[in-house]
Design a binder for this molecule. Structure first.
Ligand code: SPD
Length: 383
């Protein structure tokens, strides 16, 4: 009987330790104690005594529903402080400088590769992420982080052209509509290209029949010609408020992320109202598919709390609410069935890829040659 009691106590202790994330030896960050004691944890397994008061989240702009942050604070007493960026390169520059103070950043695929290679990320502790079971296995284990050792998918999306059907009643099917001077001349000052070293050269590369990862010098020279010929007609290189400017009809056309176009169409909470004339297309020459991922920084001051937040965002109800608000695509398979008919209808109208569209989409990868894009982009923007 005594032996049975000892075994039972040992078993309970093991289960409680597993719920807390195991020993400090395998856990990242400086908040993980070695004790594993968890007298404050309710059934969700979160040890409230280990939570920080604040969490610093460096995210893309217009990329989280503020109500989700309020809910997290109400439930866990943690205030999430959000700073925003509009390109992977801006985020990387801040993080590379060190001591950014941020806990979580959201790099896209190729930027995940860069961050892992440069030792900027902390490994994720999957024992603290039970809600990983809700993610679509087809969207895990991607080329940029095999085994998801450092990154967890947040949202994914596609890049194409958003346009106002009042001005383009016959639709758009080619990058020529935004890249050819003869076609954009009537819309001078009323359209934008993304302010992005991979996206904008990538679009021009696809237009000339090349991979958006091509660093062939002749192809890049042609890209430079195309983008410089287009530049006098552009309102701006813009990755920050394309959604608002399309919705208000300051722009009639824009190189755009799918969710930004969806926001222009549907509006964004209390921020601005939508415009029902906004449509989105992946041109026949093809476009980019990408995935943004949550990553805890190597020097994150609050790594335990960061895991709790990431796990919270992977709850199907939370993921569904978030994606309804921001209009991108969730990797959370169990959230999909919770989505409204309205958002599903827009996905079906081209704001999400179908099988045919997938064939025209390409991921951006990082390789030995891809720093050429940074140089090219500096030259184009400087002229
Ligand atoms: N407003 C949020 C935008 C997120 C876009 N991230 C993807 C970039 C892929 N190059």
């Amino acid at each position: 009987m005594q032996m049975l009691r000892v075994l039972l106590v040992a078993l309970l202790l093991a289960v409680s330790l597993a719920a807390c994330g195991g020993s400090s030896a395998t856990s990242p960050g400086n908040e993980y104690g070695a004790s594993g004691g968890d007298s404050t944890a309710p059934s969700d397994g979160v040890d409230r005594s280990k939570l920080a008061k604040e969490l610093y989240f460096y995210n893309w702009s217009d990329y989280i529903d503020p109500a989700v942050l309020d809910q997290f604070e109400a439930e866990y007493g943690v205030k999430v402080i959000v700073d925003t960026y509009d390109s992977n390169e801006d985020m990387l520059a801040k993080v590379r400088a060190g001591n950014s103070g941020y806990d979580i950043v959201v790099p896209s695929d190729y930027a995940v590769q860069i961050m892992i290679a440069e030792g900027l990320a902390a490994p994720v502790d999957k024992t603290l992420l039970p809600n990983l079971v809700h993610l679509d296995p087809n969207l895990l284990d991607q080329y940029f982080d095999k085994g998801n050792a450092y990154s967890i998918p947040y949202m994914y999306g596609i890049t194409g052209i958003a346009y106002n059907t009042k001005f383009f009643p016959n639709g758009i099917d080619s990058w020529a509509a935004i890249l050819e001077p003869s076609q954009v001349a009537p819309f001078a000052g009323k359209f934008s290209m993304l302010d992005d070293a991979r996206e904008t050269p990538g679009a021009a590369l696809r237009y000339i029949g090349q991979s958006l990862n091509s660093t062939d010098p002749a192809a890049l020279a042609r890209v430079k010609e195309i983008l410089l010929a287009q530049k006098p007609y552009l309102a701006a290189y813009n990755s920050s408020d394309v959604n608002r400017k399309l919705a208000s009809e300051e722009y009639v056309l824009a190189h755009s992320w799918s969710g930004s176009a969806m926001q222009a169409r549907n509006g964004l909470g209390d921020e601005f109202s939508g415009n029902p004339n906004i449509a989105f297309v992946i041109p026949k020459e093809g476009g980019m598919i990408w995935m943004d991922n949550m990553m805890i920084l190597k020097d994150s001051p609050h790594a335990y709390t960061a895991h709790v937040f990431m796990n919270f965002l992977m709850r199907p109800e939370v993921a569904a609410q978030n994606v309804e608000y921001i209009g991108y695509l969730t990797p959370n398979k169990d959230a999909l069935e919770l989505l409204s008919p309205e958002i599903r209808e827009l996905y079906a109208q081209g704001f999400a890829p179908d099988e045919e569209m997938y064939k025209r989409l390409e991921w951006a990868v990082r390789n030995e040659g891809t720093t050429a894009f940074d140089d090219l982009w500096t030259e184009i923007k400087g002229q």
